[in-house]
Structure formats: C-alpha cells, structure tokens
Design a protein around this ligand. Structure first.
Ligand SMILES: Cc1cc2nc3c(=O)[nH]c(=O)nc-3n(C[C@H](O)[C@H](O)[C@H](O)COP(=O)(O)O)c2cc1C
Ligand code: SF4
Length: 434
C-alpha cells in the first residue's frame, strides 16, 4: 500500500497541517521546578519538528498551580510564561511544523505531590485507586475557577502565537474524573447522568472558545473507552464507546475543532501506552509515588512480592503484536458520529497501517508518541519508502518508567549498538545548552 495518504495536508476549521502525523503528547521533566520552560524543552520539541511531523501536540501543560501533576513540566499558568511559549512556537515554525499546547489539570491523579501539598480537586473525595493520591471534592466555585484557568491559559497560547490548544480530557486527569461513571460519585448537576458528567468538560470548552474566539484551533483529547477495571478488577468498567460517541457529538456542538481519541481511565493504563510492564524499571523509579498516596504498603507488595507482581504484570502486559492501532475501532465509531476531524493515538509506526486507516475513514490523522521517541525522523523514513523503521519501537515502555527520574528518551538498549550510544541519545536533549 502506498503511504500517499499520510502526506496529504489536513485542514481543520482553523488550522492546516502539512501531513497526517502529529507528535502525540510526551511529558518529561525538562523544565524548571516552578514550571518555567527551558532550552532543554526547545531542544526536545525541535527533534520532532526537524523529523517532519505536521504538528506537535505538547506534553501535559498545567493551567494552574494546584492542578499540577509533577514539578518540572513547563506550565502556562501565568502571563510571565508567554515569552517562553512564543520562542518555542517560533523555533518549531521554522520547520513548517505547527504547535498545539495541551492544557491540563491533574485533579486527584498526580505523579508526585507538588509544592502546594494540597489534595487534588476532583469529582470525588476518594483517592485515586492505584497510587492513592488523596482527593477533595471540588465545589461549584472551584469548578468555576478551573474553567477560568483553562480559558486564561488558552488566551496565553494564542497571545504566544501558537497554533492551537488541546484540552486534556483523557487518561484519568480532571475531566476523566468527571466524565467517568467509575469515578464520579457526585449528587449535584455535575454527577449522575452522562449529560451531567460531561457538563464540566463542555462548559470548559465553551469558556476556552469564549477566550480565544472562533478563529483559533481548539481540540479535545478523550479516553473513548475507559476499561477502568483493566488493572484493578474491583473497579467498574467506566465509560464505553457508546457513552463517548455521545460526548464527542456534544463536544462538536460546544465548539471543538477536532477530537483526539485515546483510552484508559488512568495514566498509565494497560491500554495506554499498551505494551510491556518492566517490573525492574518500575520498582527502580516508583519511590516518590509509592510513598505519596494512601496505598503504600499494598503497592509495595503488589510490585515487589512474587507472585503478586507476576499477576499484576500479566494484567498489565500487552503483547507488542497487539499494540498497533488499538484505538482504531473507537476512532472509527467517533468518525461516524462527528463531522470534525478525528486524530487517533496508540501504536502507530507503520506507514501501511496509518495510510490504510486514513483511506478507509477510520481516522483523519494519527498521533504518535513512542514510535517517534524511538525514531524522531519516522515521517522522513516513511517518505523514503520505509513501511516500518529499521529499528522500530519495541513498546517495552522503558521510556515511560524512566520519565519521572531521568530525561525523556528511548531506554531500550536492544535498539542501540551499545549502552553508551543509548545514553548519548538520551542526553542529547541537553544540547545545545541553555
Ligand atoms: C513517556 C510518555 C509520556 C506521555 N505524556 C503524555 C502527556 O503528557 N499527555 C498525554 O495526553 N499523553 C501522554 N502520553 C501518552 C501518549 O501521548 C500516547 O497517547 C500514548 O503513548 C499512545 O501512543 P504511542 O503508542 O504512539 O506511544 C505519554 C506517553 C509516554 C510514553
Ligand atoms: S523505551 Fe524506546 S523502544 Fe521502549 S517503548 Fe520507549 S521509545 Fe519504544
């Protein structure tokens, strides 16, 4: 099959990108402790702009202080941040690549407690079931403030000359906590029916639209199937694709310009990013999270004690052969329901899989995270005629397990001639120096 479909420009209502591959969000602790952006982040993003993607969707970017997931991610929570984002956008634009910033709020799902030490605001007062980070049920006044934070952050993105914003409604963060039938236990107008559970996200989309006007790109990332019981079987299933198709219709009506299809009620989740579960890497980098929630002893045993850890590994693990295009059935269902473009994430690094999905109308574009971490120039390789890159991503997930402690990069030694070559690739994000 020809890869031609990949190289067709994609026209959104307010934005055009040169091809059908977006760099999906890839977080890394590249920035200052307080959320100030750095040259290191610019170096990181330029790797992908040079490699030929049509657009970069940034990593998790906090809209306010209490909503932060971890220190050391660039934020867009105050006006002083605008010059950094402007510089980053301009540098990315030099490569004919667009830049969309992902606006996010952790709710109760953090990676590391931030300096505020406050509980995460959420739809519930129950801690997150995996790491046990504690939650405080948000009041209506809290929700109004969070909506204002998203709107102000989007306004800053526009003032910085960026090409659009993505509201992070996926992967267990604050909007999943409201949308999810497995998490949201409210009795007020933000809980109960699907319409009520979707209210907070829809109001936020309208607030963002109000702040940026009708001629600026606004997309929403959403976990269309939650599989909330995939890892911890005592939880409910959460939202199904049928629930999410309805939410996507409402998002389109509320003013979204595109839907970014993801999956999973948490992050990480067995479905996203699907692949291996390396106990060795996990145990080595889990320290702060382990002791920050209320499930410390349980999780210590769950991940260290044989045979409990083997059971967990089996529940988590996906054979690499099962990873490619895992969300395509969902994106196909969303595409049938909405007229706006649909981007889908999860297991793309093969040109024929991507081109085939676009040609049969299962999606309009794909977003790629690990495939591009492994091969920053993947799109260029497709252009040269490769169906798969010579050294593909193995979906070992070692980049994910290392991300809290070490610089973001590919950590699968088997893909490199030597350990030294792997480390050189990881450390290259610091060049040029600040
Ligand atoms: C190290 C790492 C960091 C990630 N950070 C984010 C993030 O900040 N925001 C987000 O929405 N998704 C994040 N993701 C999920 C990816 O964007 C992507 O949706 C997922 O990995 C599946 O795509 P892939 O198979 O191409 O990796 C991250 C994934 C990885 C592996
Ligand atoms: S460490 Fe490398 S090979 Fe493994 S999943 Fe991450 S990018 Fe892919």
């Amino acid at each position: 099959m020809s890869a031609e479909a990949i190289f067709q420009p994609l026209r959104f209502r307010n934005l055009e990108i040169k091809n059908r591959v977006l760099r999906s969000n890839v977080a890394g602790r590249l920035d200052d402790y307080d959320g100030g952006g750095t040259q290191t982040r610019i170096n990181w993003e330029l790797k992908f702009a040079r490699g030929g993607v049509g657009a970069i969707v940034s990593s998790w970017t906090a809209v306010d202080e209490r909503g932060k997931i971890v220190p050391g991610f660039a934020g867009i929570e105050r006006d002083e941040r605008i010059p950094f984002w402007r510089e980053l956008g301009e540098r990315v634009h030099e490569h004919d690549c667009k830049f969309i910033v992902q606006l996010a709020h952790a709710g109760r799902q953090r990676d590391v407690p931030t300096v505020t030490f406050a509980k995460g605001l959420s739809s519930t007062d129950k801690p997150d079931p995996l790491h046990g980070f504690e939650a405080e049920r948000a009041t209506t006044a809290d929700l109004e403030e969070i909506k204002r934070s998203f709107a102000s952050a989007a306004r800053r993105a526009r003032e910085a000359g960026l090409d659009g914003v993505e509201i992070h409604g996926a992967n267990g963060y604050i909007f999943t906590q409201f949308l999810s039938s497995a998490i949201n236990d409210r009795q007020d107008s933000y809980g109960g029916t699907l319409e009520n559970r979707a209210r907070f996200l829809l109001e936020t989309v309208r607030a963002v639209r109000g702040a940026v006007g009708h001629d600026f790109h606004v997309q929403v990332k959403i976990s269309t199937t939650e599989h909330a019981d995939a890892f911890l079987p005592w939880l409910g299933k959460g939202n199904t694709i049928d629930d999410s198709v309805q939410v996507c219709r409402w998002l389109e009506e509320a003013g979204a310009d595109a839907i970014h299809v993801s999956s999973g009620s948490t992050f990480p989740h067995p479905e996203n990013p699907a692949g291996e579960f390396s106990l060795e890497d996990m145990v080595r980098t889990y320290d702060v999270m382990l002791s920050s929630g209320v499930h410390t002893f349980r999780n210590y045993l769950m991940f260290r004690l044989w045979p409990a850890n083997q059971v967990m590994k089996r529940r988590w693990e996906r054979d690499p052969a099962e990873v490619p295009g895992r969300c395509l059935p969902d994106s196909e269902a969303v595409k049938r329901a909405v007229a706006i473009p649909v981007i889908v994430t999860g297991g793309f690094q093969q040109a024929s899989l991507i081109a085939g999905a676009i040609e049969r109308g299962a999606c309009d574009a794909v977003s790629i995270a690990r495939g591009l971490v492994a091969n920053n120039d993947l799109v260029e390789l497709f252009r040269q005629g490769h169906d798969l890159p010579p050294r593909p991503c193995t979906y070992c997930n070692k980049c994910l397990y290392n991300v809290l402690e070490h610089p973001i990069g590919c950590y699968d030694e088997s893909r490199f001639a030597s350990r030294e070559e792997m480390i050189e690739q990881v450390m290259s994000v610091y060049t040029p120096a600040a």
